[in-house]
Design a protein around this ligand. Sequence first.
Ligand SMILES: Nc1ncnc2c1ncn2[C@@H]1O[C@H](COP(=O)(O)OP(=O)(O)OP(=O)(O)O)[C@@H](O)[C@H]1O
Length: 257
Amino acid sequence: MIRIENLTFQHPHTDRPVVNNASFRVAEGTLAVLLGPNGSGKTTLFKCIAGLWRPASGTVMFAGRDIMGMNFRERASMLAVVPQDHTPPFPYSVFEAVLMGRAPHVGVYASPSPHDEDAAYNALVAVGVHHLADRCYTRISGGERQLVLIARALAQDAPLLLLDEPTSHLDFRNQHLVLETVQRVAAEKNLTVLMTLHDPNLTAFFAHQVIMLKEGKIVADGEPSQVVTEANLGQLYDIGIGIFDSGERRLIYPRLS
Ligand SMILES: Nc1ncnc2c1ncn2[C@@H]1O[C@H](COP(=O)(O)OP(=O)(O)OP(=O)(O)O)[C@@H](O)[C@H]1O
């Protein structure tokens, strides 16, 4: 269980916080999606939860421990982060980039074991990019890099997974395949997953819990069937929203004038 209590973050020399007194919880085995318009504070909240930025006030507790009180190695064994963008400092191979996810499991003076190599390769297989294993990480497409970053996070085998817009560069098929994979792995390993998405349709289909953020404040939190409504989405995005129920799936669309 991750518990965020009264978290407030403000950039220096600005007149108001970009995350304002946010509180929510995500239970183990739950895939939670943070949904909100551009600039609403999702990435900021993520960076605070990951312990990268220090909030002005509030706490982030995971498995009963304060994330901000953990050192780098402790944090790496607790949480895996898929950032929005990532530029590697060196031209590693895709396999090496994913193997780095195993760092928290490798001793300080030790080399990765065959078990670590298997875990890295299996993660590449899980997201369907094992054919890229020997390619240079800096010479693959943006979508392929996003899949590799997701594989690296899965290889890390941490109980908390934070993914910031993991589908932003992915094609229609891969958006579904990746979220399906994350959902399956989360269920198998009882992970706590928190991700940001921009697509309410993907959110409604894959999330167990939806947390809506507007202007830094949590405005709704609950199961998709209760929270992903025309009224809530309309207020969140300041546009008219329609929801069509196909019988198999609810399809959300904007009602633009
Ligand atoms: N260094 C900074 N100094 C001041 N304000 C900043 C800084 N970085 C970001 N902001 C502001 O903080 C707010 C929240 O930004 P954040 O990146 O968290 O939003 P977001 O919801 O992730 O947006 P998006 O969906 O566009 O990625 C925005 O209004 C942004 O302009």
